[in-house]
Every structure is written in structure tokens, then in C-alpha cells.
Design a protein around this ligand. Sequence first.
Ligand code: FES
Ligand SMILES: [Fe+2]
Length: 346
Amino acid sequence: MSPNHWYPAAFSHEVKRKQLIDVTFMGDSFAVYRGEDGVARSVENRCPHRQIKLSHGTVEGCNVVCIYHGWTFEPGGKLVGFKHDKFGKKLPVLNVQAYPVRERYGIIWFFPGDPELAALTPLVEIPHSDDWASVRFAFTWAAHHSMLIDNLCNLSHLWVHGSWVPYGPTVLADSSAEKDKLTLSWEHELRRDFMHPFTKRVFRRDASSNLSDTFMIYDYPYQSALSNQRIRSTNFMLPIDETHTRVFTYQLWKPPKGVPKAVFQRLVMPALKPIAREIFRQDGFTVEEEQKSWFIHGHRPIPEPNPMVKRFNELTVRKWDEYLEFKRTGTLTDAQMAEQVRVKVL
Ligand code: FES
Ligand SMILES: [Fe+2]
């Protein structure tokens, strides 16, 4: 995936003050840390002295101190000190690359690409992040990110979830493709099983029908699904390498009328989280199996009746090609820049 976007490095609670973590994006390692001032930051994860990872080190104030000889780097990446004798010499002029970091939605976002583009690129907007209850979790799967996009957007895979989801027959009612954004409107019949008295209350479009909707977005490089206007699942991929992807999920549930968000958050979300995680576990199993099979059978054709799957892949490949072109020329076309600065609303 193109590094010229904001990617999740970790959930905010995973990086405490004075803590450093190692985050890998497309094979490159980044030290992400939180200074004593509480601000999250990121630098290249390589000490220029002996090339070992700075994430093994410590944080002093807002600086990173390498574990080995204590070379110390300020947040901009400049070497500002040693923990040993200078041998009568001046401090060398050395820098590690610093990367832009932001924090929102309980997620630490970093921009592994061109820092000048970071300043122009808005963070994703997630409606109702303030007034709906939420859960967050992440999985790392041994699969290419395009397999995750296919899985997350293509609901012809609902079969694998069996009775963990309330849907029976499901059709793709509508779809669109505009620039870097694809949308899919799915229509479901709710399954009339022993859970139907409960699921119809949550998922039924209106009292006169047994239908439900899921509206999906793949707005590169992000994905979301809005179920029945009341459950929003936003998914952010961190491509670790060609065959490993970490997916950060931030799910929002609209509290029923008259139920305060705090009450819904405290009493209901803890019960929903294990169900959401189990559904993702099932997805993870299948994409990892798909990746394993790809190593053996990757040369075989992939018959696919859903016309949007081809679109997902075309978009993913086009954005990668655009990035390679940007690396070569250092510029974006006007159309590419318009997409770069567009606010993505999931
Ligand atoms: S390797 Fe980092 S200070 Fe020596
Ligand atoms: Fe799924």
C-alpha cells in the first residue's frame, strides 16, 4: 500500500508514556514512542551508530535513547547527546528520519511516506465517534492486504460466519466506483431462527419488512461497513510485508433511543466485543488459508462472479503504481492531488 497515507501504528492505550514500540510498514521498521509529555512520535527504527533498533532503547523527556551506547535523538531525529565520553571530539551531525504522527479515535496514526504530503493529507473522518458506543481490537494475519480488502468488502463470504451473523440471502443491490472510492450496498433477508426476535430489533430496516442493509466503503486505503444505519465497523490496515497485515478495527454502535451512551458502553459493549472478535477470527482463518493456498496454486485463474472484486484489486494496484511514479518524479498529477487532500468519510 502507498506509504503516502495515515496508517494505524497502535491503539493509544498500547503506548504508554516513556514506552517505545516497533512498528513495521511494508518491511520498514519504525520506532513509535510516547514522550514524558504524553505526545506520540515516530522515528526511523535504526540507530546510525551500529544500526540497531531504537525501539530497544528508552525515552528521556521527549528524546529517544539508544540501548547500546546511549546516543540520544530529539523528536526531529537530530543526535543531541551520548551516554559516554566524546574522546575530545564534537558531537557528530547525525539525524534519523522523523515521521509525522497524530492521535485520534484512540489510535496512533503515522505517515510513513513523504512528510510534505502528510501536511496536506487529512486524517480520516469517522461519523458519530463521539456519540456512539465503541469497541476496538486488532488482529495480525498472515495474508496480503488485498485479500483482507476482498474479505471485508465482499459479503459473498457470509457463509463462513454461519449463525454468527443474522443474515440469510444477501444481494449486491448497488455499487459505485469514483476515483479512489468504491461503495457497495448489500441487502439482506434476516434469518428466521431462534435469534430472530432479537436480531430483527437491531437489524431490520423497518417494521414492515424483514430486510436489512450493509453499506460498504473502500476509500483507499481504508474500509468501513455501516449496518442498518446503526453499527459502523471501520477497518484500517497496516501492511507489514507482502504476506502479513495487521487490521485495526474500530466499531461504533448507536445506542437505542433513550439509552445513554455511557450506559450502553458499560453494559452492552463488553458482551458484543467477543462476538465481533469471533467473527473477525473466522475472517482471519480464511484469509490466512487463502494466502497459504496462493503459494501453492497462485498461478491458477480465480473465477469471481462479484464484479466489484476486480475493482478492489484494480484500485489497490493503481494506487501502488501511482506511488511508484511519485517516488520517481516527486510529483502528483492534479487529479491525484485532489484525492490526496480529500477528506475521507467512512
Ligand atoms: S548502537 Fe546506538 S548508541 Fe551505539
Ligand atoms: Fe467476514
